[in-house]
Design a binder for this molecule. Structure first.
Ligand code: GP9
Length: 415
């Protein structure tokens, strides 16, 4: 109820960082082009298949002086998959333990990033060549402050330019440019890619690398579709340059959730050269890439601190120099040094600077050594994960209370 909100406010004060980093306002007034990269996991970055680089373009961004690449960035989604990752990014709240919050609580009051940016004079829109009601997006987008949703009906979709779930990414980006050029600036836009979606279908003509060879057709086909996405992103960067939109924009590329489920871990362990995928490995496989590309910044580097999708909103708002002092959220600005130091996964597992907790076992994060066999749970003298575990539990339950109780109705986020 309403009284719980003040407990929650007190708690978020303890985890937020108000550090004035050197990136504060570094992208003030710039357009934002956010690319949600379907099923893109981090293990493909800087790796090869059949002797070929899988993601040559993204690999070049890792080295790029205008790009921050977050190599220990975790996805935190649950059953709502892509929509859960969108929810995390826009709100810095956790998705729900079951169901998709886009469906179950699409009419709640939120204090989401599109609305906050709209209040600063941004035009806000989403581009995704699928049915607008998929994941109840049309309703949720309206509610969280998107001005316009370019869905399936904004694109010319033919048999030739489609595969699997719909319009192929290269055609999607190409056809989006004219809309992007017509928008008032500054704009905040989200592009949701689709081709690298399970079961990773792609015609021979669009394949630049050959599938892998294992007992899993899913894993085998994943590599060529990941490469296709990588090429689509590169092409989009070039189109943005040609359209004169590049210099005044920042471009974010983020993997939304895993693409290779545990059903394919046998094959994946072979590919990764491991005997098996342990629970510890499984957690590390929940890393997805995050790139923040700021043309002309020159400050780009590889960022290794533990991070998650919950952190995107405070990071972007600070980059854009937008104040949200009274906001209620659970992430940290990824450019701050003084951070809470852990990422909660939606099932209660977590990754901290020092530990990984999963399946009741506390591991050393770096070495993968189990530090407790689970029997120490509830006894902080034996289980070093316990104190963080408590915070994770609290945080997830506070976030759930906000959503289930629609608690933001009781606050206006103003002084
Ligand atoms: C569907 C697309 C994929 O519109 O976003 O959804 P997913 O199945 O990955 O949640």
């Amino acid at each position: 109820d309403k009284s719980e909100l003040s407990d929650i406010k007190d708690y978020v004060e303890t985890i937020r960082t108000d550090e004035k980093t050197d990136m504060l306002g570094a992208a003030k007034g710039k357009n934002v082009i956010f690319i949600s990269s379907e099923s893109m996991q981090n293990f493909v970055i800087n790796r090869e298949v059949n002797g070929q680089e899988i993601t040559p373009f993204l690999n070049s961004l890792v080295e790029d002086e205008d790009t921050f690449y977050f190599e220990n960035f975790y996805q935190q989604t649950m059953q709502g998959r892509t929509s859960d990752s969108e929810f995390l990014v826009e709100n810095s709240l956790y998705p729900l333990p079951r169901g998709a919050v886009f469906f179950t609580n699409g009419q709640n009051k939120y204090n989401a990033m599109p609305q906050l940016l709209k209040d600063q004079g941004y035009y806000t829109s989403v581009f995704h060549a699928n049915n607008k009601s998929f994941w109840n997006r049309n309703q949720m987008y309206d509610n969280i402050g998107y001005d316009y949703f370019y869905g399936q009906d904004s694109y010319q979709i033919t048999e030739q330019n489609s595969v699997g779930w719909g319009l192929k990414d290269k055609a999607f980006f190409k056809q989006s440019i004219k809309y992007l050029q017509s928008l008032d600036q500054p704009f905040y836009t989200k592009f949701i890619s689709l081709t690298n979606h399970f079961p990773f279908e792609l015609g021979e003509e669009d394949r630049s690398i050959e599938p892998y060879d294992s007992g899993s057709k899913t894993l085998n086909n994943y590599f060529p579709t990941v490469r296709y996405a990588d090429e689509a992103f590169e092409q989009f960067f070039n189109q943005l340059k040609d359209a004169g939109l590049y210099e005044d924009s920042i471009i974010v590329i983020m993997g939304d959730h895993y693409g290779i489920s545990e059903n394919h871990y046998n094959a994946l362990s072979g590919y990764l050269g491991k005997d098996e995928i342990t629970p510890y490995d499984d957690i590390n496989l929940q890393r997805v890439p995050l790139f923040i590309h700021i043309p002309g910044s020159g400050k780009g580097k590889v960022m290794s601190e533990v991070a998650g999708q919950i952190d995107v909103k405070p990071t972007l708002l600070n980059l854009l120099g937008v104040e949200n002092r009274n906001d209620i959220y659970f992430g940290n600005d990824l450019f701050a040094k003084d951070r809470k130091g852990y990422v909660a996964l939606r099932n209660g597992d977590f990754v901290s600077d020092d530990y990984i907790s999963t399946a009741g076992i506390c591991y050393d994060r770096e070495s993968g050594e189990p530090l407790s066999d689970g029997s120490g749970i509830g006894d902080s003298r034996e289980n070093p994960c316990q104190p963080i575990q408590e915070k994770v539990k609290k945080e997830l339950s506070y976030s759930d209370s906000i959503i289930y109780g629609d608690l933001f109705r009781f606050t206006n986020f103003e002084e």
